[in-house]
Design a protein around this ligand. Sequence first.
Ligand code: HEC
Ligand code: HEC
Length: 383
Amino acid sequence: MKVWWRLAVAGLAAVWLSGFASEVRTAAQGQAAAATGKNAGEAFKNVTTSTLKELSVDDFIATMGVISADLGLDCANCHPGAGTDNADFVIDTPPKRTARRMVEMVANINRTNFAGVQRVTCWTCHHGRQTPATSIALDTLYDTPNAEHDDIVLPERGQPSAEQVFDKYMQALGGAQRLSGLTSFVATGTSVGYFGLGGTGEFTVFAKAPNQRTALITYKEKPERGDSVWAFDGRTGWIKTPHGLLGEYELIGEELDGARLEAQMAFPGQIKQVLNNWRVGATRSIGNRDFIVVQGSGPRSFFATLYFDMQSGLLSRMVRYGPSPVGRVPTQIDYSDYRDVGGIKFPFEYKFSWLDGRYTAKLNEVKTNVAVDAAKFGRPSAK
Ligand code: HEC
Ligand code: HEC
């Protein structure tokens, strides 16, 4: 059941979710909270830690995701019955009590040792284990070295400038002039959930320059599963999920910055302006390919790392990071199968991965510069 919760959070019904009556009840609570702008300490019954109680409801749930992923746990390990009809998120269980203590401990460590900068997170010690390991396994010392990258990219001498990397990218896509003539598009295809679970859905993206984008997954064969919608109208963002913990909710926290970036990146002619303080780091390898890595910063500690293929110059990966009190919340999109549509290359496959789930979308068709109804980008239930 490890996959369900983030699906609930990010709105993906790609994995079959069953028996979430209690989550749906919490959903009502979540929606009410989102609507009234309550923070987590007010919206939930038993949220008391100094850092978590201040969060918006959506950021609080994302934080629960970081905790689960960093410790290799499911929601149900701390919240009895999570994922069933009898979930109890309020009761204090022993691991929940420990986790609460650790949340305060992490805040303290950073405050007293790192001038309040978040250098220590749950991942620093736990590394996907419930109880942190204490000694190195000598196999790893003499075999595969630890290949983890720092989140923060430091500028590396001798690399091309971000400007040059972006110019090469735009050239590879069809040139700045063609890109500036792209004003909207509708892309259609299919989506396949985590490990192929949940069957295939119809996948649609509506996008309008400079910064509106909505992605939609529907199940024509199984309409009872409901639609999943991620909408951003240039200012506000919404996620709608049929069986989710929060139901339909407005993006208030770090996910809003992510939605904005994805919408802007749908029109890559403006890439230089979508984030600030661009820096080009050391070349990184993924598999047997090398990538130029460019990182830029957004508002509220938000930043994103872009991986450009050294050969083609095309964007292969974007990882965005939003803040949370227990560690950053990463979301990754891998782009591939670039194909030409009227002189502009579009990625026809992309893999969307977040802390606890993923789906792959494969496009069949992209129609450019078509009229898109403004309501497509607004609150999903308002249509
Ligand atoms: C390692 C233990 C742990 C795991 C795993 C965990 N949580 Fe929590 N959860 C907590 C703690 C601790 C609190 C209380 C936080 C506080 O007091 O600030 C909490 C509180 C909550 C609450 C508020 C309940 C209320 O009404 O007071 C919800 C909802 C919640 N968690 C959802 C989740 C979800 C969804 C997951 C799976 C993604 C999850 N949690 C995974 C430890 C955990
Ligand atoms: C400085 C290292 C360190 C950090 C950072 C850290 N932990 Fe821990 N954690 C430990 C150690 C060590 C233990 C094992 C304690 C024991 O066995 O008595 C532990 C145990 C736990 C347990 C109990 C596991 C069990 O099996 O009972 C939970 C839950 C937990 N940590 C949650 C968290 C959360 C959530 C965070 C981030 C907010 C975090 N920890 C950050 C060191 C750390």
